[in-house]
Design a protein around this ligand. Structure first.
Ligand SMILES: C[S@@+](CC[C@H](N)C(=O)[O-])C[C@H]1O[C@@H](n2cnc3c(N)ncnc32)[C@H](O)[C@@H]1O
Length: 388
């Protein structure tokens, strides 16, 4: 969809096409196109059907709002899920003037406006910026938002209460995990932070801790057990600085316990725990181990073990039935003996190709188990467990 086609969608004729597309989006593509073409030209038919498909896909991230919003495929993929954007927006003082310098289709922009902030947004891509504008209008937030097509570098962060930046992590070759390859690149983002009073940066959860500026707080956020992002809070929003892990939707949050040293390690006990990914990324595994009264199974690996079944939202717990030095033959025999036809395979610090292993195991039986592949003191092990 180009900018002209998108503008067509915003006209009364375009809105009619969108309505018609929503009614046929679940039909097979040929039927859907044929029905829309009876009343609309090819360009509008294509734009409206694409939009209807993207809206259906976006419901997972934006709930009912998705039915009113506009997307590009890339814009939807990069947009922040509503619950995560709302979580961040709650930390800003209402009425703050915020510069969103990479606004995309507006996932964060909308959350900030809903939280009461006034937002001046830019995006380098004209179509994306037009969509962000349309989304703010569609959700009744247009009076708190301005959007223009511009490079982030044209924004003066010192004119705002808060700088918000969610740099693009895609390059021509796909996703990048290297902050130097973000757009704008990390040094440019940090230069803007240096000129801001307070800043909030959304980055990939794998960002090396060394990239976090001194004095900032780095918060790793998971949503329903999946780590979504790291947020770097700077200046007036940094609180006391340091590391934090937060789980959504509960909002449970954890910071380092200064009384704890490094987590102890020791032999595999009756139970094994896998900490929430946000706690792992935030290097708070010792804190989770303390919560379950456990120890690490290896000093370098984020699996915890213990002798009592402890429940905490910060870790999934498993009862261990067998600990095997890893070999395909031994694991296959052990699972056969237990009649395991359905295995969830997890791994950490293991080079095993899980898809290949699953095929090679040729599972059969009516029992279920979780197989944990890991390394204990440099040797590969498989733990046969069940969740409790
Ligand atoms: C990760 S997306 C932002 C997603 C947004 N926070 C949301 O929730 O919808 C990054 C956006 O930055 C834009 N961008 C990349 N480089 C830019 C630059 N130098 N200046 C302004 N925008 C830029 C891209 O066009 C893309 O839309």
């Amino acid at each position: 969809m180009d900018l002209d086609a998108f503008r067509q969608l915003l006209t009364p004729r375009g809105q009619e096409a969108l309505k018609a597309a929503a009614e046929v989006v679940d039909d097979d593509p040929v039927t859907a196109v044929t029905r829309l073409r009876r009343s609309h030209d090819a360009g509008l038919t294509s734009a409206a059907l694409t939009q209807a498909t993207l809206r259906a896909r976006a419901a997972g991230k934006f709930g009912a709002d998705a039915e009113l919003m506009y997307f590009t495929r890339a814009g939807l993929e990069q947009a922040t899920r509503r619950e995560v954007a709302d979580h961040r927006a709650r930390r800003m003082a209402p009425d703050s003037l915020v510069a969103d310098v990479c606004c995309g289709v507006g996932g964060d922009l909308l959350a900030l406006a809903r939280a009461g902030c006034a937002v001046e947004a830019v995006d380098a891509d004209p179509l994306t910026a037009a969509i962000a504008r349309a989304n703010a209008d569609a959700l009744g937030l247009g009076d708190r938002v301005s959007v223009r097509t511009a490079d982030a570098a044209t924004v003066d962060p010192s004119a705002f209460d808060v700088l918000f930046a969610d740099p693009a992590r895609r390059t021509a070759r796909g996703r990048t995990f290297d902050p130097m390859a973000y757009s704008p690149p990390w040094p440019e983002v940090l230069e803007m932070v240096a000129r801001s009073r307070a800043a909030c940066l959304k980055v990939a959860p794998g960002i090396p801790h060394g990239f976090v500026p001194g004095g900032a707080e780095a918060e790793w956020v998971s949503y329903r057990g999946e780590v979504k992002e790291a947020v770097i809070w700077c200046g007036g929003l940094a609180g006391g600085g340091g590391r934090r892990a937060t789980m959504l939707p509960s909002g449970a949050t954890m910071t380092p316990d200064p009384a704890l040293g490094r987590a102890e390690h020791g032999p595999v006990g009756r139970y094994v725990y896998e900490p929430d990914g946000a706690a792992i990324r935030a290097h708070l595994v010792a804190e989770v181990a303390a919560l379950v009264g456990g120890r690490l199974i290896d000093p370098q690996v984020a699996y915890i073990t213990g002798d009592v079944a402890a429940r905490t939202p910060w870790a999934s717990g498993y009862e261990v039935h067998e600990v095997l030095p890893f070999s395909l033959k031994r694991l296959r025999a052990a699972l056969r003996e237990r009649g395991v036809g359905n295995a969830t395979i997890k791994k950490r610090a293991s080079a095993v190709d899980v898809d290949r292993l699953r095929k090679d195991l040729r599972l059969s039986g009516d029992q279920s188990a979780t197989v944990i592949l890991t390394r204990i003191r440099e040797r590969p092990f498989a733990l046969i467990c069940t969740p409790f």
